[in-house]
Write a protein that binds this ligand. Structure first.
Ligand SMILES: Nc1ncnc2c1ncn2[C@@H]1O[C@H](COP(=O)(O)OP(=O)(O)OP(=O)(O)O)[C@@H](O)[C@H]1O
Length: 590
């Protein structure tokens, strides 16, 4: 069966994917196989009925052909119904399997760490999870329906032709092999074009996503012309690649027209020779031509299929690449886990060095400090001194290159990630609001939190009036990115999330930077209540935010410039912290 290996499809890879996503759809797939088999059987029987019809017509009266004619029409109708049902089932299976793959890809992305999202902008990931999977949904349906069906039909037609006349069978087998070989070669040649089209598409969507998420900045800085220039440059890069790939597809189409023409000539020549030698009847000659026509259908479809397989393979390659990205930050190995103890957690950094990789070098060096359970620490330092990087290490969004980070005395690499993220609550300046109800936004889908508790927290944070003005209370929908909320309100909602979650370590990274002074004062009081009985780390440029913290860490160039109790540092006139306090007295920020 030489022709089966001709398209050089990496069968094992496709098989693995098919098995994973189609195993759960076993019954629909079996029903589809039955429909395809019925279709093939009917297509093979029809020409036999046609031969009987022609030979009966030539040798007896017209009345004799009524039976075969009715049978022919009936079979054609059943075949039509089987085709429609198989198409429907194929589409359904394709969509269902593709949606499962989409969900798996999204889950895979959500498990990744910070470096992954640095390497893959959101637009590129959207193209992978949606665009590439959409391309593959056709592949699931095509491969199940078309490839198996068409190969089955070709095998059936060749078997019947061999049975009728071995010369005709041999000639048509050679013809089919040559056709599939040619399409396979063209496909191999054009596959890299499709991969490049896909890559250009992903770059384009990444650029588009970036531009659409920063429209305010682009407009306010008058950078529209540059944005459009970049957009057009992307389109210009995409276009020639599309043209090349399209040329490959046209070449395939032209080859199929020539090959099918040659096939018809072959059957006519051989059939006429056999008929003139009285080896076959006119009905048999017509039947053979009919079978040739039947072969043309699947060969034609396999041509398209190979073209689409090229695209599917390109989609598959990119999806495979994404799935192969293993997160650097992983759960501890079984047996290595050391869950966190109950209550507030102490924090220890021991000789930590860290960099973001690439050319950025070390961002944090020789970082050693401790914070007792239940104490609060304020981190101050100029922009870029490494404050946020400390927080990222605490949340294990990255691991340090050297040294250890301990929580409650346990190396956080040994703490299950889910537990770590549950016990450490973070509020940043950049608040992410989901499109969903107010309730879902503050509880993050934790349905056990009663509404009364939510309202109480909103009141504590000064959001009471805002909440009571909402048209549907907690069920009011907020649009994605928090449209309709001020930046300060969004920040308060993020604080409410933490209040409701009850974490053991609370981290506030510029969490009140967007609030007006009177709201900030209110929130400060509520936050002080929240922080009681918990460990807290507060990063602030406004030093008055740190009035209530126990300890201070001053950072400079990724190193600790000073650390100690806030009270003691405030009282030492020569300390960096007291200098900062003096410098900023009368000013808002350092
Ligand atoms: N995702 C990143 N990739 C590469 N380098 C980064 C990344 N985030 C921060 N950096 C670099 O790390 C250094 C410390 O940044 P970090 O955000 O920790 O400082 P920061 O003190 O929190 O600054 P700010 O007060 O402005 O928030 C900076 O030089 C910054 O350029």
């Amino acid at each position: 069966m030489a022709f089966l290996s001709i398209p050089k499809v990496p069968v094992l890879r496709y098989y693995k994917l098919l098995r994973t996503y189609l195993a759960a759809l076993r019954w629909p797939v079996l029903a589809l196989c039955a429909l395809v088999a019925l279709n093939i059987g009917l297509q093979l029987i029809n020409p036999q009925v046609l031969r009987v019809l022609i030979d009966t017509g030539l040798s007896s009266s017209a009345a004799g052909i009524a039976g075969p004619a009715l049978l022919f029409a009936g079979l054609a109708l059943v075949q039509l119904l089987a085709t429609i049902s198989a198409d429907y089932a194929g589409e359904w299976i394709g969509w269902t399997a593709a949606n499962r793959l989409r969900a798996d890809l999204l889950e895979h992305c959500l498990m990744q760490d910070g470096s992954f999202f640095q390497a893959h902008p959101a637009g590129e990931l959207i193209e992978r999870i949606d665009g590439d999977v959409r391309g593959l949904s056709g592949f699931f349906a095509m491969l199940t329906v078309s490839l198996c069906g068409n190969l089955g039909l070709i095998a059936g037609v060749l078997a019947v032709l061999f049975y009728e006349n071995s010369w005709m069978g041999a000639a048509m087998t050679l013809f089919v092999a040559a056709a599939l070989l040619t399409f396979g070669r063209i496909r191999e040649w054009t596959l890299p074009f499709w991969v490049r089209v896909g890559e250009a598409g992903a770059d384009f969507y990444a650029c588009l996503g970036d531009q659409l998420s920063h429209t305010e900045d682009t407009r306010s800085s008058g950078a529209e012309a540059y944005a459009l220039y970049k957009f057009r440059r992307m389109l210009r890069q995409w276009f020639p690649r599309h043209m090349q790939a399209g040329f490959g597809f046209s070449l395939m189409w032209a080859a199929s027209v020539v090959i099918l023409g040659l096939g018809t000539v072959l059957v006519l020549a051989l059939g006429t020779y056999l008929w003139t030698g009285d080896s076959i009847t006119v009905g048999t000659l017509y039947m053979m031509l009919f079978y040739m026509g039947l072969l043309a259908g699947p060969i034609d479809q396999i041509r398209d299929l190979i073209g689409n397989l090229q695209r599917a393979e390109a989609h598959l390659e990119r999806i495979g690449g994404l799935l192969a990205e293993v997160p650097i930050i992983r759960d501890p190995e079984p047996g290595e886990e050391a869950p966190l103890g109950e209550g507030p957690l102490s924090v220890d950094f021991r000789g930590v060095r860290f960099g973001y990789g690439g050319e950025s070098g070390s961002v944090l060096s020789d970082l050693t400090f401790s914070l007792q359970a239940g104490q609060s620490l304020g981190i101050v330092g100029r922009t870029g001194s490494g404050k946020t990087s400390v927080i990222r290490l605490l949340l294990r969004l990255y691991d340090p290159a050297e040294g250890t980070v301990l929580l409650g005395g346990t190396d956080i690499r040994r703490v299950p990630l889910a537990q770590l993220r549950e016990r450490v609550g973070l509020v940043t300046q950049e608040v992410r609001i989901l499109s969903g109800s107010v309730r879902d936004n503050v509880t993050f889908f934790a349905s056990h939190i009663p509404d009364e508790r939510i309202v109480e927290v909103l009141d504590q944070l000064g959001l009471g009036d805002w909440y009571r003005a909402l048209p549907s209370g907690l069920d009011t929908e907020i649009r994605a990115q928090g449209e309709g909320l001020s930046a300060g309100e969004a920040q308060l909602l993020a604080l409410a999330r933490i209040f409701l979650r009850n974490p053991s370590l609370v981290i506030l990274d510029e969490a009140s930077s967007r609030l007006d002074p009177s709201t900030e004062e209110k929130v400060q009081q509520a936050t002080n209540r929240l922080l009681q009985g918990r460990t807290a780390i507060v990063i602030a440029h406004r030093l008055n935010t740190l009035r209530g913290v126990d300890r201070i860490l001053v950072m400079d160039g990724g190193r600790i410039a000073e650390q100690g109790s806030r009270q003691a540092l405030t009282e030492q006139p020569g300390s960096r912290y007291s200098r900062l306090l003096r410098q900023t007295s009368g000013k808002e920020t350092i």
